[in-house]
Design a protein around this ligand. Sequence first.
Ligand code: SF4
Length: 456
Amino acid sequence: MLLDEDKPKEACGVFGIYAPGQDVARITYYGLYALQHRGQESAGIAVGDGEKITCRKGMGLVGEVFTEDTLRMLKGHIALGHVRYSTAAENTIENAQPHNFYYKQGMIALGHNGNLTNYAELRRKLADSGAVFQSTADSELMINLIVRAGTEDLASGILKTMEQLEGSYSLILITEKKMFGIRDPHGMRPLCLGRLGDGYILASESCALDTIGAEFIRDVKPGEVVMIDEDGVTALQPHRDCKRALCVFEFVYLARPDSVIDGLSVQQARYALGKELAREYPLDGDMVIPVPDSGTSSAFAYAMERGLPFREGLMKNRYVGRTFIRPVQVTRDLGVRLKLNPIREMIFGKRVIMVDDSIVRGTTSGKLVQMIREAGAKEVHLLVSSPPVTHSCYYGIDTSKNGELIAASHCIEEIREHIGADSLGYLSRSGLHAALAPFNPDILCDACFCGDYPIR
Ligand code: SF4
């Protein structure tokens, strides 16, 4: 078991560029690098040149899939990039995105971040009407719906299709000549718009705009479609009144700290979570250590608020990646040790307060506590900067099945006993809301902490 196997998994990252005269494939490659944390199983880039779309994709990380030669082959002025972690559909090359199709007016490619909750129902209807599929991915189904919508133009087809879709989706769609950015009416997954010279960028997170030197313009609004072509950006917003429900886990764990989502800095949100944690659990200890990396901001804020030393007590090996060969049963504890190693000299004889962002299955927390004890800590207290995860996510984040979520079947004292910590504290739901108050918590989804699902 590796550390990040006990964390929620992001579904995907999307990146799009409309920029005549620029090397759009290469810029997309860099944009995808910035979004790599959102999906590590496959990567793809589709490029439109005004007449056709050329697509390359493969299994693996962005740096493994693309070479200088591949990028040179992708010529045009519009590009769509995608990195994928499979949640609903299988992890196969057929499900790797972008999905690229011919239809009666030309070519179309689509990349999706999210999960349709009425996928099975929509697919059955399409199959009954004679549609055939190459994959089990939502995105292929959406392309079918859009091109079969029977509308005069693609934009109207997209708006009509959105009336049928339920669930979460932030999409980028390109034709040979146009680019579209589409965000579901709940605004569950992020999508932002930026400018690069005379061109435009769409990206799952603003960190991708920073990486390529683009200027942030704004977030795509929930339920909005932006169309980008030679006339610039046209915003189309279908009239559908929905409860806003941006995924709170973006702020807790998923997004990069240097991103700003719907106006709220992820880093500042994590600081606020750490401060709230300090108000709820004002522990005495000799040092505060984070579980790197996503626990770092909250641990730092906790330490500041409590006036305690902040130390790197666990050293992370950043080179244990996707292609890592899993340890066999006899050495299964090795997985966590290969990824994180306690710094004995720092920890020995100390009362350690360890801060993590979340506990999903609880499989690694116990191993971390044990490792810190074995390194000589006198006490180990674990604080978690989010509430207990008690419910599965159906909107594109793999938080494990309900039966695997330790907090779904155990109270906090049982979990503490299970992981062997001297004390265990989770941020309360009201603390989570207080921390994100600048943002208006009413527009967030926090269903995995309470079961109050915003979409059926
Ligand atoms: Fe995010 Fe949890 Fe809502 Fe899923 S259920 S969208 S992980 S907050």
